[in-house]
Design a protein around this ligand. Structure first.
Ligand code: ATP
Ligand code: MG
Length: 572
């Protein structure tokens, strides 16, 4: 495995903030926030934003980062999401101390700000229907049409807005709009809606409110109320910045945060949109938000990802203003690199082939020494039982091996990891199907521990388990959730069309007995099979379930090599 060394790299946001601190802008303070809407579980894209916001705060002396729930959209939001988001941010290793905020806590203040805009003649109650408003908005090339309600008097607007709040009107009958410019080249500036009537109880404010602020109004003002200095968001909000600034300028607030946009994370072979992820959950395409195939933080955690691996991944992908798709192999590389250092090595067999060692005494059991982690001798050794009947993987034997197949074959000698050299002497097949169902081998007693005193070499080392000692568990093997790198690519095709029917395979898994007391959530490297994590939800006293986190094949190293080659070629 190649190691990629990295130190926290400068990026354009770190640079802007460093300059601001140097210039003593905001008295040298750095205050950021992570502002999720509690309408779904967090995904790996959110992890990028979390690492950026909390990371930047931590890098700057006295810097702080708030957690703020942007809960202005009742109906879609839920306390379950609030709790999962807090759990995930903490699990990633970040802490908001006592700075947990909710946009809904500001509803009264936001209302007063809206009144202030009305009094200044900068907002009006519009009684067009949603459809009429849309029709009047114009297009990118044609200006919009002014609402017939645009010139209502301040007194009338105040009265109507108060009565909107009091619940006198039907949903959709009135909205509060900013009075900006219906001919603005920026469509968002064409008298955007600031408040709408929605008679839906809110998960925190109950039925106290029946009018709710729109995102653009609530977001900038929540930032300002909290004294945010740098409001970092993804590129799709670039066009909202003009409105963000307009609202704060018109209200002449004390704190006017600077909005800076960066490219969102896109990851191959998955989707990163809460709406789409919710569709997978609600449609039963996956077992839940924490299905180990999901790109959610909770899914990745259940799959076996560590917080370190995700933070390292986020550091590696960097922060830029150009949209791109990150290769999922890089995410897998990050967890492999981390688990290589910390995961205990063990053995297990996924597709067992019975091997009887003819010259090994019946009933004898030896306890052999095995290394827990060759990368870290400090992790010590353990005992594994060896006996006359063992299991090896079916695909570690071929009756008629091609040239480059060095594993077991008739008459051939191989090493059993930490045990003995064995030689295949007889192959037993199912009479009907011709399938190999059992091998007979002999072992060389002088090769105990896996080396031969006469220096005799073998070309393969196989993993194995003692048949009577092995614990039968379940393995869950995963492939990418989608068969296309970009499931969203074709506009006229539903992304679910590209779900991978083979994304989950469940198999009986025969594992060494040392795993008997292993706890859910613990991670292991099964020799030659990959990294696995004990499922923390479905494992029970009756049986352990092992989720394969990743295989041991490092596709990222190969991709990097190819990229370097291409670069060199390009230079020539
Ligand atoms: P989604 O598109 O998944 O619904 P969202 O932007 O609606 O995401 P929010 O809860 O509003 O979800 O996101 C909270 C923060 O996380 C925002 O600042 C948003 O910009 C950021 N974020 C969301 N998705 C990504 C992503 N793929 N990459 C980087 N940051 C993201
Ligand atoms: Mg959003």
């Amino acid at each position: 495995m190649t190691k990629t060394e990295f130190t926290p790299a400068p990026n354009f946001i770190r640079n802007i903030i460093a300059q601001d601190v140097k210039d003593n802008k905001n008295n040298g303070r750095v205050v950021t926030r992570f502002p999720p809407e509690p309408n779904g579980y967090l995904h790996i894209g959110h992890a990028k934003s979390i690492c950026l916001n909390f990371g930047i705060a931590a890098e700057n002396k006295g810097g702080i980062c708030n957690l703020r729930f942007d809960d202005t959209n009742p109906g879609k939001e839920d306390i379950e999401y609030v709790e999962s988001i807090m759990e995930d941010v903490r699990w990633l290793g970040f802490d908001w101390d006592d700075r947990l905020f909710y946009a809904s806590d500001y509803f009264e203040k936001l209302y007063q700000y809206a009144v202030q805009l009305i009094k200044a003649g900068k907002a009006y109650v519009c009684s067009l229907s949603a459809e009429e408003i849309r029709e009047n908005r114009g297009t990118l090339t044609t200006p919009g049409k002014e609402s017939p309600y645009r010139n209502r008097s301040v007194a009338e607007n105040q009265d109507l807005f108060e009565r909107m709040r009091a619940g006198e009107f039907e949903d959709g009958s009135h909205v509060l709009r900013a009075k900006i410019d219906m001919a603005s080249p920026n469509v968002l500036m064409r008298d955007p809606t600031l408040y709408r009537i929605r008679r839906i109880p809110h998960h925190r404010t109950g039925d106290k409110w029946c009018i709710y602020p729109m995102y653009d109004f609530a977001h900038c003002l929540s930032d300002s109320i909290e004294g945010i200095t740098h409001s970092l968001c993804t590129l799709e909000f670039e066009i909202n910045r003009q409105l963000y600034d307009w609202i704060l300028d018109e209200l002449n607030v004390d704190c006017h945060p600077q909005q800076i946009e960066f490219a969102r994370l896109n990851l191959g072979y998955t989707v990163l949109s809460k709406r789409k992820l919710a569709e997978l959950v609600n449609g039963g395409y996956v077992s839940g938000w924490d299905d180990p195939r999901m790109p959610t933080i909770s899914g990745l955690r259940r799959r076996g990802y560590t917080p370190d691996s995700i933070r390292n991944f986020c550091e590696r992908i960097g922060v830029a203003r150009r949209d791109s798709v990150v290769d999922i192999a890089l995410l897998e590389y990050s967890i492999r690199e981390d688990l290589n250092k910390r995961a205990q090595r063990v053995m297990g067999v996924l597709r067992p082939l019975k091997v009887v060692i003819d010259n090994y005494p019946e009933g004898r059991v030896e306890e052999l020494d095995a290394l827990n982690n060759p990368e870290d001798p400090g992790m010590g050794t353990r005992k594994i039982p060896f006996s006359r009947v063992i299991y090896i993987e079916q695909d570690d034997f071929l009756e008629d091996p091609p040239k480059k197949f060095f594993r077991l074959a008739p008459g051939r000698e191989v090493r059993l990891r930490y045990a003995y050299y064995i030689t295949c002497v007889k192959v037993i097949k199912d009479e009907k199907t011709g399938q190999v169902i059992e091998l007979h081998c002999t072992y060389d007693p002088d090769t105990r521990g896996g080396s031969s005193p006469d220096g005799r070499k073998v070309k393969a080392t196989l993993h194995w388990v003692s048949a009577v000692h092995a614990i039968k568990t379940e393995a869950r093997l995963y492939e990418h959730l989608f068969i296309r790198e970009n499931p969203d690519e074709k506009k006229d095709v539903d992304f679910k069309t590209y779900l991978n029917p083979n994304s989950l395979e469940k198999l009986p898994f025969f594992v060494e007995p040392s795993l008997a007391g292993a706890t859910p959530g613990s991670r292991f490297q099964f020799e030659r099979l990959g990294y696995f994590c004990i499922d923390s939800k479905d494992s029970s006293d009756q049986g352990l379930i092992f989720n394969r986190t990743v295989t041991l094949r490092d596709t990222w190293a190969r991709i990097q090599k190819a990229q370097q080659k291409n670069k060199k070629r390009g230079k020539r």
